[in-house]
Design a protein around this ligand. Structure first.
Ligand SMILES: Nc1ncnc2c1ncn2[C@@H]1O[C@H](COP(=O)(O)OP(=O)(O)OP(=O)(O)O)[C@@H](O)[C@H]1O
Length: 294
């Protein structure tokens, strides 16, 4: 089961700091969404509001059609996993999983046990005795096994080493295929998870910069490489935004943002220019680079 999310003009302030500045978007649900943004762009604030950990200063947030704040029907159906597991330090790992099983209607205890084994979680250890990776593993185990209709991972797997992260990605995809739900992942490890995202949201300084299907977004970025003059003339002719450029001697590579027409692609080939796709991470870097910020 998966639930939709609708955000309109969301504003969140911390004293003088504006963390979210009029954010609006809709998630139909039943997909894996990637939430990207530079440090301090407002990702954790947004996810905390969706999970009712924090109240909006202004605007509307609807999760499954209702305001999630102090709304037990909704909060039961939302699971936010942060980078540090929400458990008492003195609790034992097994007890934390037991409590999640009691509190969460769709929690799959057998699946949690399998994940705990896969991630080498020491069930008898206290949370205070876990390594950083152990805490992350406990968090993602709870996040996956809870099977909440809206499941949010807020950089929760960053503490895991590379093999464990890939194990997590595999589990996520496999379990999501069997139990579709709305999943939001925020991450700085963009290349690692880009293939999981069906849609991508990029926020920058509290505002929505991009919300698009991942494949469509990928098609928007291209790098034009060739003799500097020819690249400049071609890019100027497309009237597309140039996000960044690199030079090596007389050769130049310019990253552009926007869809090239078939005619433009033919023109590029005729001018002996090379057009190559841009990875999601590179596109993100360019779109949020200081000089390109609106
Ligand atoms: N409790 C708080 N008190 C004051 N300011 C805060 C608080 N929490 C966040 N902020 C500020 O709000 C802004 C958004 O922070 P937020 O943690 O939501 O960003 P983020 O995108 O999750 O960042 P990161 O990628 O570094 O984790 C930042 O300017 C941050 O300093």
């Amino acid at each position: 089961m998966s639930i939709p999310v609708s955000v309109r003009d969301l504003r969140v302030r911390y004293g003088d700091t504006v963390a979210l500045d009029g954010l609006s978007f809709d998630l139909a649900g039943g997909k894996i969404y990637g939430l990207l943004g530079r440090n301090g762009s407002g990702k954790t604030t947004l996810l905390s509001v969706l999970a009712a950990f924090r109240r909006a200063s202004a605007g509307t947030v609807l999760v499954d059609g209702e305001d999630p704040f102090e709304n037990a029907r909704i909060t039961r159906r939302v699971c936010l996993v942060r980078d540090n597991v929400d458990a008492e330090d003195t609790d034992r790992v097994g007890a934390v999983l037991g409590l999640a099983a009691e509190l969460r209607p769709d929690f799959d205890a057998d699946y949690a046990a399998r994940l705990a084994k896969q991630f080498d979680l020491p069930l008898r250890k206290r949370v205070s005795g876990l390594s950083r990776g152990g805490r992350s593993a406990l968090g993602v185990t709870i996040g996956l096994a809870t099977r909440a209709p809206l499941t949010i991972f807020d950089e929760s797997y960053l503490g895991l080493d590379a093999p464990s992260r890939y194990a997590f990605y595999q589990e996520l995809v496999a379990d999501y295929a069997e139990h579709p739900r709305t999943i939001i992942l925020s991450t700085h490890l963009i290349e690692e998870v880009a293939n999981l995202f069906e849609e991508v949201l990029i926020i920058d300084r509290g505002r929505l910069l991009v919300h698009e299907e991942t494949d469509a977004l990928r098609r928007r970025g291209a790098t034009v490489t060739g003799p500097a003059d020819a690249v400049d003339a071609f890019v100027a002719g497309t009237e597309l935004a140039a996000l960044g450029e690199k030079r090596l001697g007389g050769t130049k590579a310019t990253t552009i943002y926007g869809a090239l027409t078939e005619d433009q692609r033919r023109d590029a080939t005729a001018a002996r220019l090379e057009i190559t796709p841009v990875g999601l991470q590179e596109l993100f870097i360019q779109l949020t680079a200081a000089g390109n910020r609106r």
